[in-house]
Write a protein that binds this ligand. Structure first.
Ligand SMILES: Cc1ncc(COP(=O)(O)O)c(C=O)c1O
Length: 395
């Protein structure tokens, strides 16, 4: 049986997979089992920010795997403590809790906010979230995800969740109250269609959260670790949350998640209140250290901003070339979406057949989240493939 037959027979069909199986990755390139080469402008969905098999990350993982993989959080873990230090010293955070995924980080952040609220008053447990948001697939995470398709048939959802419109403060005002324990928001909505928050909106959320003493949570699972040209997307806005969730790129592919909190929020989770067996284990945190040290190298983030501007400009040229198919470009840094006037699944499929990996989010947005190490030549190569694909679809 080949990989396709085995997957069909033995793997739960929770994904509609493309008929491709990769066997090797290097930088921005992936190689399939037939020896074909692909330019990866998706990076495992904003995960492999340093490219595939980055030598420093692979070396850190191999070295750590030979020394010590897991001991549990009953003991002190040097790599966990060091990664927490790196995150805190480069963000608003005072303390970090490590877990294993984005959904798990959001799950923990929601628990933290509820505990913060209910310690003040019994009925202070409501969470304000946003339409079109995406926060993951666990029960609390789907409960605060503002897209019905993710929660349909899984009800009842977590009670006390109120939805407001993204980038609309008056809509937030209409659902906020003294019962609000937390507000959870993505600085750039990813799965919702690559929609950046407006500066005034995040500033307003900060003020609203303070006015009712609620915990402001930024979900930076997709935007974090340099994706938008700053280490964390909130740093574009001059607005600090109380809690930030991370995952995806923090391990460059090694599963890891994190809840980063300021002092006020961090103190809520006392011994015994929250835990994770694997969270912050030596292996994943060794990968995280390598990632952070690379992203923090002088000039790295400036280059991401510069490459992001370049890619945006080139995509805007393409939008002008295909006015019947495309509508505009939005996003920040190397997290960009091209809004299509048609559903974009077929474009993505043809691009894959031509050796370019991108994806389609929110039904009609082509998403570009390439490894941050991508070169201008590589971007040009990918855009030429895209141009060819669009020509075919325009005819
Ligand atoms: C903003 C955001 N939050 C949470 C998640 C869920 O992360 P995970 O799939 O690691 O649970 C995602 C995944 O796409 C995401 O984009």
């Amino acid at each position: 049986m080949d990989v396709f037959e085995k997957t069909e027979k033995y793997v739960m069909k929770t994904y509609n997979r493309y008929p491709v199986s990769f066997v090797k990755g290097e930088g921005c390139w992936l190689y399939d089992d037939k020896g074909r080469k692909y330019l990866d402008m998706l990076a495992g969905i904003a995960v492999c920010n340093l490219g595939h098999c980055h030598p420093r990350v692979s070396e850190a993982v191999c070295e750590q795997a030979k020394r010590l993989i897991h001991v549990s959080n009953l003991f002190h873990i040097e790599t966990q403590a060091e990664l927490a230090r790196l995150i805190c010293e480069n963000s608003f955070g005072d303390k970090v809790f490590f877990c294993n995924s984005g959904a798990e980080a959001n799950e923990g952040a929601i628990k933290l906010a509820r505990r913060y609220g209910t310690e003040k008053r019994e009925d202070k447990y409501e969470i304000v979230a946003f339409r079109q948001s995406f926060h993951g697939r666990t029960m609390a995470a789907v409960s605060v995800t503002g897209q019905g398709k993710y929660s349909e048939g899984f009800g009842p959802m977590l009670s006390g969740v109120k939805f407001a419109d993204f980038n609309d403060l008056s809509s937030v005002e209409s659902v906020i109250s003294e019962r609000t324990a937390g507000i959870i928001v993505e600085p750039v909505q990813g799965e919702g269609g690559v929609i950046p928050a407006e500066g005034e909106f995040l500033k307003g959320l900060r003020e609203i959260a303070d006015s009712v003493d609620a915990v402001l949570i930024f979900d930076e699972v997709q935007t974090g670790i340099g994706r938008t040209g700053k280490l964390f997307a909130y740093q574009h806005y001059g607005v600090e949350p109380d809690v930030m969730t991370l995952a995806k790129a923090l391990g460059n592919g090694v599963p890891i998640g994190a809840i980063v909190a300021n002092e006020k929020a961090a103190d809520v989770l006392k011994p015994g209140l929250h835990a994770s067996t694997f969270g912050g284990n030596p292996l994943s945190t060794a990968a995280g250290i390598a990632v952070m040290e690379e992203v923090l190298k002088p000039g790295f983030l400036e280059e991401v901003e510069e490459k992001g501007s370049y890619l945006k400009k080139r995509l805007e040229e393409i939008v002008e070339e295909f006015p019947n198919l495309l509508d505009g470009v939005r996003g920040k840094g190397l997290m960009l979406g091209v809004v299509c006037k048609v559903s974009c699944g077929d474009i993505v499929m043809t691009a894959l057949e031509r050796g370019l990996i991108i994806n389609c989010t929110a039904g009609n947005v082509l998403r570009f989240v390439p490894p941050l190490i991508i070169t201008k030549e590589e971007m040009d190569y990918g855009l030429e493939i895209l141009r060819g694909v669009l020509k075919e679809h325009a005819d």
